[in-house]
Write a protein that binds this ligand. Structure first.
Ligand code: PGA
Length: 252
C-alpha cells in the first residue's frame, strides 16, 4: 500500500519541521511493503532532504511540476529542482490545479511526460465533479482522463510503471463526504482495466483513493482489494494521525 500525504498550502515552517521530524522517527513508515510519500509545498523540499536524506524509507515530492525543463515560467518549479532536493515524486492533475489553475488533460499529460523523462515518479489525479456523477457520466469522465494521459505517456515512450493514479471524486475532497465502498471499488476496477493493456507483463499501476479519508473510514476503504493506497489531505496534517492511517494500511 502507498499512503501519500498532500499537505496542499498548509503548515508553517515550524509546524512542517515538527511534522517531518515526527514522521522520520515513526517506525510505521519503515515497514516492509509499505510506502509513505509526502507531497509537500515546494519550499519545504530542502527541509525534507535534511530530515529524510541518506536512505530514509519515507519518500517526498512536490504538488506540481512544470511541463518544461527550465525557462521563463515565473512561479513554477521544474522536475530537476524537485530531484535536486531528493524529491522522488510529483502530483499532476489534482482537482485544485484543474479548478484554480485551469489545467486540462493535455497539459497534465505533458507534465507527466516531463516528470517521467526527468526521473520523477508521477501521481496522476483523476475524478469527476458532483454534477458529472449526478448526470451519470462519472465512468466516461474518469475513463477519458485516464485514457488520454496513458495514451500520451505511451506515445512519448515513457514507462507507465513509474506512475500511480489517485481516484479523487471532486465532491469528496475536503468535504467530509466520502465515496461509498461500492463507488470506490467500481471506479478503481474500471481504472485498473483501462490501464492494464498498457502495462502488460508489469506489476500494474497502483490506484489510490483520495477524498476525505480519515481514521474512521480508512479501514473499510483500505480493505478493498482494488485499493492500493490513499492520497490524504486534511488527515495528513497531523503527523501522529497520519502515522495511524499508515498503521491501518499496513494491516492489509
Ligand atoms: P482530503 O484531500 O483528504 O482533505 O479530502 C485529498 C486530496 O485533495 O488529495
Amino acid at each position: 500500500m502507498i499512503i501519500a500525504a498532500n499537505w496542499k498550502m498548509n503548515l508553517n515552517k515550524q509546524q512542517a519541521e515538527t511534522h517531518l521530524r515526527l514522521t522520520a522517527q515513526h517506525p510505521v513508515h519503515a515497514i516492509k511493503n509499505h510506502q509513505t510519500i509526502l507531497f509537500l509545498p515546494a519550499c519545504y523540499l530542502p527541509l525534507a532532504e535534511d530530515i529524510f536524506g541518506g536512505g530514509h524509507d519515507v519518500m517526498w515530492g512536490a504538488q506540481d511540476c512544470h511541463h518544461h525543463d527550465s525557462g521563463a515560467f515565473t512561479g513554477n518549479i521544474s522536475a530537476e529542482m524537485i530531484l535536486g532536493f531528493g524529491g522522488g515524486w510529483a502530483l499532476a492533475g489534482h482537482s485544485e490545479r484543474r479548478q484554480y489553475h485551469f489545467e486540462e488533460d493535455g497539459l497534465i499529460a505533458q507534465k507527466i511526460i516531463q516528470g517521467l523523462k526527468s526521473g520523477l515518479k508521477m501521481m496522476l489525479c483523476v475524478g469527476e465533479s458532483e454534477q458529472e456523477r449526478n448526470d451519470g457520466k462519472h465512468f466516461d469522465i474518469v475513463g477519458a482522463q485516464v485514457k488520454k494521459i496513458c495514451d500520451a505517456v505511451k506515445k512519448a515512450e515513457c514507462n507507465l510503471f513509474d506512475i500511480a493514479i489517485a481516484y479523487e471524486p471532486v465532491w469528496a475532497i475536503g468535504t467530509g463526504k466520502v465515496a461509498t465502498i461500492a463507488q470506490i471499488d467500481e471506479m478503481h476496477r474500471m481504472i485498473q482495466n483501462s490501464v492494464a493493456p498498457h502495462v502488460e507483463g508489469e506489476a500494474g499501476v497502483p490506484v489510490l483513493y483520495g477524498g476525505s479519508v480519515n481514521l474512521d473510514n480508512a479501514a473499510e476503504i483500505f480493505a478493498l482489494p482494488s485499493v492500493n493506497g490513499a492520497l490524504v489531505g486534511g488527515a495528513s496534517l497531523d503527523a501522529e494521525k497520519f502515522a495511524q492511517l499508515c498503521a491501518i494500511a499496513v494491516q492489509k
